[in-house]
Design a protein around this ligand. Structure first.
Ligand SMILES: [Zn+2]
Length: 83
């Protein structure tokens, strides 16, 4: 399992400071039709970390495939589309 690292802001446990990780990070599983099996990283390809501040961006898109959800999130936060 990859350590928590917010997809949106890049927050990680080190910069988040002390406290239970479960109260600071949320692992969102997106609805890939055929999620890749857990690979050598031990982290499913459809599982993405968010900090609690940005968790809603992920959880509201749980019904989408990972690529679609992340593209939408990038557009929502104004990232990725700019050249
Ligand atoms: Zn975040």
């Amino acid at each position: 399992m990859m350590p928590p690292h917010c997809y949106v802001c890049g927050l990680d446990p080190h910069s988040a400071g002390p406290g239970p990780l479960g109260e600071r990070f949320v692992l969102v599983y997106f609805a890939d039709p055929r999620p890749a099996p857990e690979g050598w990283t031990g982290h499913p390809s459809n599982a993405v970390w968010f900090c609690v501040e940005h968790a809603a961006l992920g959880t509201t898109r749980e019904s989408l495939p990972t690529a679609t959800a992340l593209r939408e999130i990038d557009a929502t936060i104004g990232r990725g589309s700019a050249s």
